[in-house]
Design a protein around this ligand. Structure first.
Ligand code: URA
Length: 209
């Protein structure tokens, strides 16, 4: 319960340091995020349950192990979560993809859902929820609230950066959801940006600043 998995692998930390720099171009930012997501996919799937299958090698019959259950679901929170998706799919090409559209109400700062589409049989699937920045935690909590109405087998939350406020918000409401992150930053500024952070992840991925 209340698991936070800080991925400290040197390759992950090195690429994250490059991405944080304000001089990095949109195309390099996107490429680095793609590379980072493939590396993070290994950590995120590390404890996926396996089951034994009987297979035929060219020489004999043997028992091997394969990931158990129906295909897992990558669920990016639009739009920045999309930046994580292709790298994850490189590693798990058979995964299904569910989309969650949320925007922040400018008055209340609460997350409002505008799109939600998941595959069938969610109760048999493990969901990997993707959002590069876990800041206030409002979007993450709203996304997990909604996902839980479909009773998936498990939910993991994956971000690049978070901060104590984001972790407290998610684990305050959903202590059963592990958070995978490449960094835990100092906190939030007055505009709810993570500091030192990397700026607006969506703008940096899509070049919309
Ligand atoms: N979303 C971002 O893109 N960046 C932050 O720092 C916080 C939320």
């Amino acid at each position: 319960m209340k698991q936070i998995i800080h991925i400290t692998h040197p390759l992950v930390q090195h690429k994250l340091a490059l991405m944080r720099q304000k001089t990095v171009s949109t195309s390099s930012f996107r490429t680095l995020l793609h590379e980072l997501s493939t590396l993070m996919a290994y950590e995120i799937t590390r404890d996926m349950p396996l089951h034994e299958v009987e297979i035929e090698t060219p020489l004999e019959t043997t028992t091997a192990r394969m990931i158990d259950g129906k295909k897992m679901v990558f669920a990016p929170i639009l739009r920045a979560g999309l930046g994580f998706l292709d790298g994850m799919l490189d590693v798990v090409p058979g995964a299904r993809v569910g989309h969650i559209g949320l925007y922040r109400d400018p008055e209340t700062l609460q997350a409002v859902e505008y799109y939600f589409k998941m595959p069938s049989s969610m109760h048999e699937r493990d969901v990997i929820l993707l959002d590069p920045m876990l800041a206030t935690g409002n979007s993450a909590v709203a996304a997990i609230d909604k996902l839980k109405t479909l009773h998936p087998r498990s939910i993991r939350f994956v971000c690049l950066l978070t901060c104590p406020e984001g972790i407290a918000a998610v684990h305050g409401k959903h202590p059963d959801v592990p958070i995978y992150t490449a960094a835990i930053d100092r906190g939030l500024d007055e505009n709810s940006y993570i500091v030192p952070g990397l700026g607006d992840a969506g703008d940096r991925i899509f070049g919309t600043r």
